[in-house]
Design a protein around this ligand. Structure first.
Ligand SMILES: NC(=O)c1ccc[n+]([C@@H]2O[C@H](COP(=O)([O-])OP(=O)(O)OC[C@H]3O[C@@H](n4cnc5c(N)ncnc54)[C@H](O)[C@@H]3O)[C@@H](O)[C@H]2O)c1
Length: 257
Protein backbone atom coordinates (compact mmCIF):
# COMPACT_ATOMS: atom_id res chain seq x y z
CA UNK A 1 0.00 0.00 0.00
CA UNK A 2 1.33 3.42 -0.83
CA UNK A 3 1.22 6.28 1.65
CA UNK A 4 1.06 10.00 1.01
CA UNK A 5 4.44 10.49 2.70
CA UNK A 6 6.30 7.40 1.52
CA UNK A 7 10.11 7.74 1.77
CA UNK A 8 9.77 11.17 3.44
CA UNK A 9 11.55 12.12 6.64
CA UNK A 10 9.50 14.36 8.95
CA UNK A 11 10.52 16.15 12.12
CA UNK A 12 7.58 17.14 14.35
CA UNK A 13 8.02 19.25 17.47
CA UNK A 14 5.67 19.06 20.43
CA UNK A 15 4.93 15.47 19.39
CA UNK A 16 4.64 14.02 22.91
CA UNK A 17 1.05 15.21 23.15
CA UNK A 18 -2.04 16.62 21.46
CA UNK A 19 -1.81 17.84 17.87
CA UNK A 20 1.88 16.91 17.53
CA UNK A 21 1.30 13.34 18.67
CA UNK A 22 -1.74 12.90 16.40
CA UNK A 23 0.33 14.25 13.49
CA UNK A 24 3.27 11.95 14.25
CA UNK A 25 0.96 8.91 14.23
CA UNK A 26 -0.73 10.02 10.99
CA UNK A 27 2.50 10.96 9.18
CA UNK A 28 4.05 7.60 10.14
CA UNK A 29 0.91 5.77 8.97
CA UNK A 30 1.31 7.58 5.63
CA UNK A 31 4.85 6.22 5.28
CA UNK A 32 7.10 8.93 6.77
CA UNK A 33 10.01 8.24 9.11
CA UNK A 34 9.31 10.59 12.01
CA UNK A 35 11.55 12.40 14.47
CA UNK A 36 9.29 12.84 17.49
CA UNK A 37 10.65 15.91 19.28
CA UNK A 38 9.53 17.24 22.65
CA UNK A 39 10.98 18.65 25.84
CA UNK A 40 9.03 15.85 27.57
CA UNK A 41 11.02 12.75 26.63
CA UNK A 42 8.72 10.12 28.23
CA UNK A 43 5.77 11.41 26.19
CA UNK A 44 7.86 11.44 23.02
CA UNK A 45 8.91 7.85 23.73
CA UNK A 46 5.24 6.88 24.17
CA UNK A 47 4.44 8.37 20.75
CA UNK A 48 7.32 6.37 19.24
CA UNK A 49 6.10 3.19 20.94
CA UNK A 50 2.64 3.58 19.37
CA UNK A 51 4.21 4.18 15.94
CA UNK A 52 6.59 1.22 16.11
CA UNK A 53 3.82 -1.08 17.39
CA UNK A 54 1.95 -0.22 14.18
CA UNK A 55 5.17 -1.05 12.23
CA UNK A 56 6.00 2.56 11.54
CA UNK A 57 9.42 4.19 11.84
CA UNK A 58 10.21 6.85 14.46
CA UNK A 59 12.78 8.08 16.97
CA UNK A 60 12.27 10.18 20.09
CA UNK A 61 14.41 13.28 20.63
CA UNK A 62 14.40 15.42 23.76
CA UNK A 63 14.80 19.09 22.90
CA UNK A 64 13.65 22.51 24.04
CA UNK A 65 12.66 24.28 20.83
CA UNK A 66 13.46 27.71 22.29
CA UNK A 67 17.13 26.71 22.70
CA UNK A 68 19.35 27.18 19.63
CA UNK A 69 21.69 24.41 20.83
CA UNK A 70 18.83 21.93 21.32
CA UNK A 71 17.34 22.79 17.94
CA UNK A 72 20.70 22.21 16.25
CA UNK A 73 20.97 18.83 18.00
CA UNK A 74 17.43 17.72 17.02
CA UNK A 75 18.05 18.50 13.34
CA UNK A 76 21.50 16.86 13.34
CA UNK A 77 20.18 13.72 15.02
CA UNK A 78 17.38 13.47 12.43
CA UNK A 79 19.76 13.83 9.47
CA UNK A 80 22.34 11.50 11.07
CA UNK A 81 19.62 8.86 11.57
CA UNK A 82 17.57 9.13 8.37
CA UNK A 83 19.99 10.85 5.98
CA UNK A 84 17.65 13.73 5.03
CA UNK A 85 14.88 16.07 6.19
CA UNK A 86 11.85 16.53 3.94
CA UNK A 87 9.21 17.91 6.30
CA UNK A 88 9.71 20.22 9.27
CA UNK A 89 6.53 20.62 11.33
CA UNK A 90 7.09 23.42 13.86
CA UNK A 91 4.22 22.62 16.18
CA UNK A 92 5.45 22.90 19.80
CA UNK A 93 3.87 25.73 21.71
CA UNK A 94 2.61 26.91 25.05
CA UNK A 95 -0.37 29.01 26.03
CA UNK A 96 0.07 32.26 27.94
CA UNK A 97 1.78 31.58 31.28
CA UNK A 98 -0.52 33.99 33.09
CA UNK A 99 -3.95 35.25 32.08
CA UNK A 100 -3.44 39.01 32.37
CA UNK A 101 -4.06 42.28 30.60
CA UNK A 102 -1.03 43.42 28.66
CA UNK A 103 0.00 46.18 31.10
CA UNK A 104 0.14 43.62 33.92
CA UNK A 105 2.48 41.18 32.16
CA UNK A 106 6.08 40.65 33.22
CA UNK A 107 8.94 40.58 30.74
CA UNK A 108 9.45 36.91 31.66
CA UNK A 109 5.81 36.08 30.78
CA UNK A 110 6.28 37.75 27.40
CA UNK A 111 9.65 36.18 26.59
CA UNK A 112 8.65 32.64 27.59
CA UNK A 113 5.74 32.57 25.14
CA UNK A 114 7.48 34.41 22.29
CA UNK A 115 10.62 32.26 22.58
CA UNK A 116 8.74 28.97 22.67
CA UNK A 117 6.13 29.75 20.02
CA UNK A 118 7.81 32.13 17.55
CA UNK A 119 11.60 32.18 17.97
CA UNK A 120 11.53 28.38 17.80
CA UNK A 121 10.13 28.53 14.25
CA UNK A 122 13.00 30.78 13.17
CA UNK A 123 15.63 28.64 14.94
CA UNK A 124 14.51 25.38 13.32
CA UNK A 125 13.70 26.80 9.89
CA UNK A 126 17.07 28.52 9.46
CA UNK A 127 18.80 25.15 9.91
CA UNK A 128 16.32 23.07 7.90
CA UNK A 129 16.21 25.37 4.86
CA UNK A 130 19.87 24.88 3.76
CA UNK A 131 19.42 21.10 4.11
CA UNK A 132 16.24 21.22 2.02
CA UNK A 133 17.93 23.39 -0.62
CA UNK A 134 20.78 20.85 -0.91
CA UNK A 135 18.19 18.05 -1.29
CA UNK A 136 16.26 19.90 -3.99
CA UNK A 137 13.28 20.93 -1.86
CA UNK A 138 11.20 20.38 1.21
CA UNK A 139 8.17 21.45 3.20
CA UNK A 140 7.74 23.48 6.36
CA UNK A 141 4.42 23.50 8.23
CA UNK A 142 3.97 25.76 11.25
CA UNK A 143 1.26 25.73 13.91
CA UNK A 144 -0.24 29.16 14.37
CA UNK A 145 -3.74 29.54 15.87
CA UNK A 146 -7.15 31.09 15.28
CA UNK A 147 -5.83 33.51 17.92
CA UNK A 148 -3.11 34.48 15.47
CA UNK A 149 -5.88 35.81 13.20
CA UNK A 150 -8.06 37.55 15.79
CA UNK A 151 -6.97 38.84 19.18
CA UNK A 152 -8.16 37.51 22.52
CA UNK A 153 -8.10 39.41 25.78
CA UNK A 154 -5.70 38.23 28.52
CA UNK A 155 -3.37 36.30 26.19
CA UNK A 156 -1.51 38.98 24.23
CA UNK A 157 1.88 37.20 24.08
CA UNK A 158 0.13 34.12 22.70
CA UNK A 159 -1.78 36.10 20.05
CA UNK A 160 1.35 38.07 19.10
CA UNK A 161 3.43 34.90 18.79
CA UNK A 162 0.83 33.16 16.62
CA UNK A 163 0.29 36.22 14.39
CA UNK A 164 4.07 36.42 14.01
CA UNK A 165 4.10 32.82 12.80
CA UNK A 166 1.67 33.70 9.99
CA UNK A 167 3.90 36.47 8.62
CA UNK A 168 7.09 34.46 9.14
CA UNK A 169 5.40 31.67 7.17
CA UNK A 170 4.45 33.98 4.29
CA UNK A 171 7.89 35.58 4.22
CA UNK A 172 9.79 32.29 4.13
CA UNK A 173 7.36 30.98 1.50
CA UNK A 174 8.17 33.92 -0.77
CA UNK A 175 11.91 33.71 -0.07
CA UNK A 176 12.37 30.01 -0.85
CA UNK A 177 9.67 29.12 -3.40
CA UNK A 178 12.23 29.03 -6.22
CA UNK A 179 14.26 26.47 -4.27
CA UNK A 180 11.20 24.20 -4.18
CA UNK A 181 10.48 24.76 -0.49
CA UNK A 182 6.85 25.26 0.46
CA UNK A 183 5.99 26.96 3.77
CA UNK A 184 2.45 27.04 5.17
CA UNK A 185 0.73 27.19 8.52
CA UNK A 186 -2.36 25.82 10.17
CA UNK A 187 -4.52 27.86 12.53
CA UNK A 188 -6.29 25.47 14.86
CA UNK A 189 -9.27 26.65 16.86
CA UNK A 190 -10.32 25.16 20.20
CA UNK A 191 -8.85 21.68 20.09
CA UNK A 192 -9.35 18.92 22.61
CA UNK A 193 -5.75 18.49 23.81
CA UNK A 194 -4.15 18.66 27.27
CA UNK A 195 -3.33 22.35 26.58
CA UNK A 196 -6.99 23.34 26.30
CA UNK A 197 -9.30 20.64 27.64
CA UNK A 198 -9.08 22.01 31.22
CA UNK A 199 -10.76 25.23 30.03
CA UNK A 200 -13.60 23.55 28.14
CA UNK A 201 -15.93 23.18 31.14
CA UNK A 202 -15.93 26.98 31.58
CA UNK A 203 -16.70 27.72 27.89
CA UNK A 204 -19.96 27.73 25.98
CA UNK A 205 -19.04 26.20 22.67
CA UNK A 206 -21.73 28.06 20.70
CA UNK A 207 -19.17 30.77 19.81
CA UNK A 208 -17.84 28.15 17.38
CA UNK A 209 -20.14 27.91 14.32
CA UNK A 210 -19.74 24.12 14.22
CA UNK A 211 -20.59 24.12 17.94
CA UNK A 212 -17.81 21.87 19.20
CA UNK A 213 -14.06 21.74 19.75
CA UNK A 214 -11.85 19.98 17.23
CA UNK A 215 -10.10 16.68 17.73
CA UNK A 216 -6.31 16.60 17.38
CA UNK A 217 -6.74 14.14 14.49
CA UNK A 218 -8.77 16.73 12.56
CA UNK A 219 -5.90 19.21 12.88
CA UNK A 220 -3.36 16.52 11.96
CA UNK A 221 -5.22 15.81 8.71
CA UNK A 222 -4.90 19.46 7.69
CA UNK A 223 -1.17 19.37 8.50
CA UNK A 224 -0.84 16.20 6.43
CA UNK A 225 -2.49 17.90 3.46
CA UNK A 226 -0.01 20.79 3.62
CA UNK A 227 2.96 18.45 4.18
CA UNK A 228 2.06 16.18 1.26
CA UNK A 229 2.26 16.60 -2.51
CA UNK A 230 -1.53 17.13 -2.50
CA UNK A 231 -0.61 20.74 -1.61
CA UNK A 232 2.06 21.01 -4.32
CA UNK A 233 0.81 24.47 -5.44
CA UNK A 234 0.09 25.80 -1.95
CA UNK A 235 2.68 27.99 -0.30
CA UNK A 236 2.43 30.99 2.03
CA UNK A 237 -1.05 29.98 3.16
CA UNK A 238 -2.59 30.02 6.60
CA UNK A 239 -5.34 27.47 6.94
CA UNK A 240 -7.93 27.92 9.70
CA UNK A 241 -8.97 24.53 11.08
CA UNK A 242 -11.38 25.87 13.64
CA UNK A 243 -14.99 24.88 12.96
CA UNK A 244 -15.58 28.40 11.61
CA UNK A 245 -14.48 30.27 14.77
CA UNK A 246 -12.31 32.78 12.91
CA UNK A 247 -14.84 33.18 10.08
CA UNK A 248 -17.37 35.22 12.04
CA UNK A 249 -17.47 38.30 14.18
CA UNK A 250 -19.84 37.42 16.99
CA UNK A 251 -22.83 39.80 17.12
CA UNK A 252 -24.26 39.68 20.64
CA UNK A 253 -28.02 40.01 20.00
CA UNK A 254 -29.98 40.53 23.21
CA UNK A 255 -32.52 37.99 21.89
CA UNK A 256 -31.93 35.34 19.26
CA UNK A 257 -31.84 36.77 15.67
N1 LIG B 1 -5.29 23.02 21.72
C1 LIG B 1 -5.75 24.14 21.15
O1 LIG B 1 -6.91 24.52 21.34
C2 LIG B 1 -4.85 24.93 20.22
C3 LIG B 1 -5.43 25.95 19.47
C4 LIG B 1 -4.64 26.68 18.58
C5 LIG B 1 -3.29 26.39 18.46
N2 LIG B 1 -2.75 25.40 19.22
C6 LIG B 1 -1.32 25.15 19.05
O2 LIG B 1 -1.11 23.81 18.71
C7 LIG B 1 0.21 23.42 19.12
C8 LIG B 1 0.13 22.13 19.87
O3 LIG B 1 -0.63 22.33 21.04
P1 LIG B 1 -1.54 21.18 21.71
O4 LIG B 1 -2.88 21.75 21.86
O5 LIG B 1 -1.33 19.89 21.02
O6 LIG B 1 -0.89 21.21 23.18
P2 LIG B 1 -0.21 20.09 24.06
O7 LIG B 1 0.11 20.78 25.35
O8 LIG B 1 -1.05 18.86 24.09
O9 LIG B 1 1.13 19.74 23.26
C9 LIG B 1 2.18 20.66 23.17
C10 LIG B 1 3.49 19.90 23.26
O10 LIG B 1 4.55 20.84 23.06
C11 LIG B 1 5.58 20.53 23.98
N3 LIG B 1 6.40 21.72 24.23
C12 LIG B 1 6.01 22.86 24.85
N4 LIG B 1 7.05 23.69 24.94
C13 LIG B 1 8.12 23.07 24.37
C14 LIG B 1 9.47 23.42 24.16
N5 LIG B 1 9.97 24.58 24.60
N6 LIG B 1 10.27 22.54 23.53
C15 LIG B 1 9.79 21.35 23.11
N7 LIG B 1 8.52 20.95 23.29
C16 LIG B 1 7.69 21.80 23.91
C17 LIG B 1 4.85 20.05 25.23
O11 LIG B 1 5.71 19.29 26.07
C18 LIG B 1 3.71 19.24 24.63
O12 LIG B 1 4.06 17.89 24.46
C19 LIG B 1 0.74 24.60 19.95
O13 LIG B 1 1.58 25.38 19.15
C20 LIG B 1 -0.51 25.37 20.30
O14 LIG B 1 -0.26 26.74 20.54
C21 LIG B 1 -3.50 24.66 20.08
Amino acid sequence: MTGRLDRKVALITGAASGIGRASALLFAKEGASVSVVDRALPGAQETVAVITKARGEAIAIEADVSSAADVERMIKRTVDTYGRLDILFNNAGISARTLAFTADLSEEDWDAVLDTNLKSVFLASRLAIPIMIRQGGGVIVNTSSAQGIGGGPLVSPYCASKAGIILLTKTMAAEYAKQNIRVNCICPGMTDTPMMSAYFSSLQMDFIPQGRPGDPEEIARAALFLASDDASYVTGAFLPVDGGWSAQLVVPYKQGP
